[in-house]
Design a protein around this ligand. Structure first.
Ligand code: ADP
Length: 363
């Protein structure tokens, strides 16, 4: 194999040398013939066979020597301007193949190489940057999912072990069994949310746009929480405009209201108030969901739409940080806007603005 490579190298060098030899031989022969003919004519010197043959021999050795110099110079030039940058790009690509996305290639000096190599290097560096971003997202996602899976699983294991004790009271048995049911419900909710988010992100759900009464939809979503607000003693204030119809995907939008309402009730202490309002212009509908709950800081507010982010850990067992990520994705698909205003200790207001007519395309 090595011998083979060496032979190839020798053949390549000979080939390059031959190109220069033929070129130099052609140029020099033409020049010499012209020069000698003009000189002999003007000096009226008779050229004999011997003088021409000895001059041809000297010229031949000259051509051999000059071709060698040209080949060497060309080899050095190619090594610096082509082979070295190509080698660096190849080495970096191999590192990427092995999973090292931190690799970056330094740009070549403008005089050292062709500018097109710098263009390739720029594209390569951008590609490596994108890949490392995707890799971080993927590993964060896996870490988050594993963490979220572990908590309910260990709760189920603990309750399962406790249930194995022979002398537990009926009361305890019911409590442990409820613990297992709650943890498994949490797991199943999380998997449902991950699947929904995955489908929404990969755009496998194509919105099914139909005209419907938005006020009616919001009221029926809110009524699902009647038990919760009655049990918690939370006041409800509504200001829903009549006859606001929108052309949108009703199922996707109900995901938005359910998440916003469930958060409002979750983060509002007994005796607090949750308010819902709907107003509309010719083109847009604006929905506000407000509460007098714990509120959130500006730092938390900036991250609430991230997957698995939970700003308030005291309620972490009642969610998995995917609700608002789903909401944001649905609003994006609807070409709408969502914003949040919040003051710690005073409450939060989410404002959603959606188009009343959708163009039908998805982002
Ligand atoms: P989860 O289901 O865990 O609540 P979400 O994505 O719905 O996840 O919410 C993410 C975070 O946003 C919550 O952990 C909380 O810190 C914050 N948040 C959302 N809604 C409210 C609200 N109405 N009041 C205060 N904080 C909120």
């Amino acid at each position: 194999m090595r011998k083979n490579e060496r032979t190839k190298k020798v053949l390549k060098a000979t080939n390059q040398y031959m190109v220069f030899f033929l070129l130099v031989a052609f140029v020099i022969t033409c020049c010499m013939t012209l020069f000698v003919t003009v000189l002999s004519d003007s000096l009226r010197v008779e050229l004999t066979k011997e003088t021409v043959s000895s001059a041809a021999k000297v010229t031949f050795w000259n051509v051999l020597f000059i071709s060698l110099i040209f080949t060497t110079i060309d080899k050095l030039r190619r090594r610096h301007t082509v082979e070295l940058p190509a080698k660096r790009i190849g080495e970096a690509a191999e590192k990427i193949i092995k999973g090292d996305f931190s690799v970056r290639i330094e740009r070549q000096s403008r005089f050292a190489t062709d500018e097109s190599f710098n263009k390739i290097i720029d594209c390569f560096n951008n590609m490596a940057q994108e890949l490392s971003g995707v890799e971080t997202l993927r590993s964060d996602f896996i870490a988050n999912v594993s963490h979220e899976l572990k908590t309910p699983l260990s709760v189920m294991q603990n309750y399962g072990t406790l249930l194995q004790s022979p002398d537990i009271s009926d009361e305890k048995r019911i409590e442990y069994a409820k613990g297992i049911t709650d943890a498994s419900r949490r797991l199943s909710d999380m998997m449902t949310n991950i699947l929904k988010l995955n489908r929404l992100e990969n755009q496998k759900i194509y919105p099914d746009f139909k005209e419907f009464d938005l006020g009616e939809q919001i009221c029926s979503s809110l009524l699902q929480y009647e038990n919760v607000w009655e049990k918690k003693g939370v006041q409800i204030e509504t200001d829903i405009a009549d006859d606001v119809t929108v052309t949108a995907d009703a199922e996707l939008l109900s995901l938005v209201w359910n998440n916003l309402f469930s958060n409002a009730f979750k983060f509002t202490e007994p005796g607090g108030t949750v308010g819902v309002s709907l107003s509309a212009t010719d083109n847009h509908a604006v929905i506000k969901v407000s509460d007098t709950g714990c509120g959130m800081s500006r730092d938390v507010g900036e991250r609430i739409f991230e997957k698995f982010y939970q700003g308030d850990t005291s309620h972490s067992s009642q969610g998995n940080g995917l609700g608002l990520a789903l909401v944001k994705r649905v609003i994006d698909i609807m070409h709408g806007e969502i914003s949040v205003e919040s003051t710690v200790g005073q409450g939060t207001t989410f404002t959603v603005k959606i188009r009343r007519q959708q163009s039908g395309d998805i982002k």
